[in-house]
Write a protein that binds this ligand. Structure first.
Ligand code: CA
Length: 421
């Protein structure tokens, strides 16, 4: 067992029972406090300032100043063994039975900062962003709506994890507002296309994983070693302009409908912390080719996901409850597939799952599916209804795992939509 995951461990720091960040989680992030940017770990309602811990000599065998940075890239580049050791060491330091830090009040004041007093930053500088399309239910729903219910999935879909290269520059973190995108659309197929603000703005309920440094070009990360190259996961809202998408996507796939914004939760929950929530993936219809065949079918994780709409000055309405475990293709399969041709992967690359829809109508991961192309408006509290996302709506996504013994969470990604500029 990974030491930091010990379910019996208790911290001397006061942590609320339903906190996303018990001592068994310890996700990594980057934050700014009093005009200083550095790296930290979440514990209860605090951020642990890793730079202060290192300066005090409590984190050994690491390059000097590795946490005195705006992003985690240099730390993640040290590889899985090091990031695992650091997380284990933090668990040890904050354990109620450990005295190294507990009684040192002057140091504790510097190390523990209230999350409410910091601004969370993008945790990594993302070099490349890949978006997969790995939920069978989602791909089936979209194929049914846009093409043919009898052939909703293209013939390749059940044989490989379909994906495309997205844009890294417009991935932002929780709390930043976005503007409604504008673009070319063709609402009436009998008439010429028009230009204007997107009218069918949608979210996509996804998760993303962030990589360690991969291999050189020409080399392949095998499915059995793939998880050694995955640092951790975030909640990922892949904003989509459905009207722009429908007109532009043939033949090369999404472009301006997707690259105006994607938003992530700021804490990276390590794959190590998710280990106690490992579960089976759905059974695969076709025997995968050997490079996609996992040693064990326990390649997925039981992560509860929710999407919420909060109209301006109104209460939150939950519109979707899904789960990462519905994903047909695992992260290991995605990464093995991504590199099977010799494509290199770098530290801080982001790979998103694709919209995660479950089998029931309340588990669909986009408004496109929830409202079935706008045919069935979704009811919200306070008498509101939505087919797609309106100006000044805030979309919030949250995720957590709970195995009855320990609950860990991801925090949230929250984004408000402003009118087109
Ligand atoms: Ca997507």
């Amino acid at each position: 067992m990974i030491e930091a995951n010990n379910p019996n461990r208790k911290s001397f720091v006061d942590i609320e029972p339903n906190s996303d960040f018990p001592i068994q989680n310890l996700p990594f992030g980057a934050f700014s406090h009093k005009d200083n940017s550095r790296c930290g770990v979440a514990l209860g309602k605090y951020v642990i300032d890793l730079n202060e811990l290192q300066k005090a000599g409590l984190l050994e065998n690491l390059p000097e100043g590795i946490f005195n940075k705006e992003t985690l890239n240099d730390f993640v580049a040290l590889g899985k063994e090091t990031t695992r050791n650091v997380r284990n060491r933090i668990a040890e330091l904050f354990d109620v039975i450990n005295q190294e830090l507990q009684k040192n009040n002057t140091l504790l004041v510097r190390v523990l900062i209230l999350q409410s007093e910091v601004t969370m930053l993008m945790p990594v500088k993302i070099g490349d962003y890949t978006d997969f399309y790995s939920s069978r239910e989602h791909a089936t729903n979209v194929g049914t709506m846009f093409r043919d219910p009898n052939n909703a999935l293209f013939p390749n879909w059940l044989h490989l994890p379909v994906g495309y290269h997205g844009r890294a520059s417009s991935i932002i973190t929780s709390g930043q507002e976005i503007y409604r995108p504008k673009g070319q659309q063709r609402p009436n197929p009998e008439e010429p296309p028009v230009y204007g603000p997107c009218r069918l703005l949608d979210f996509e309920l996804e998760m993303g994983f962030i990589t360690h440094q991969g291999k050189d070009m020409g080399d392949t990360i095998s499915i059995d070693e793939a998880e050694d190259y995955i640092f951790g996961m975030v909640v990922f809202n892949d904003w989509s302009a459905r009207d722009i998408q429908k007109w532009e996507y043939i033949p090369l796939g999404p472009f301006l409908a997707k690259n105006f914004a994607s938003c992530i939760s700021p804490w990276i929950v390590t794959l190590d912390a998710l280990e106690p929530y490992r579960c089976e993936s759905p059974e695969q219809v076709h025997e995968p080719l050997p490079y996609l065949k996992p040693k064990s079918n326990k390649a997925s994780f039981d992560i509860n996901l929710e999407a919420i709409i909060k109209p301006e000055n109104k209460t939150e309405s939950r519109v979707s409850l899904s789960n990462f475990k519905y994903m047909y293709w695992s992260m290991a399969q995605q990464l093995a597939h991504h590199t099977v041709n010799g494509c290199n992967v770098n530290v801080g690359d982001m790979m998103a799952s694709g919209t995660i829809s479950g089998p029931t109508k309340d588990s669909y991961g986009s408004m496109l599916e929830l409202s079935w192309q706008g045919k069935n408006p979704v009811l919200l509290n306070d008498g509101e209804e939505r087919k797609f996302i309106k100006d000044y709506d805030t979309v919030i996504m949250r995720a957590h795992c709970d195995n009855g013994e320990v609950r860990i969470g991801f925090g949230e990604v929250s984004t408000k939509v402003l009118p087109a500029k």
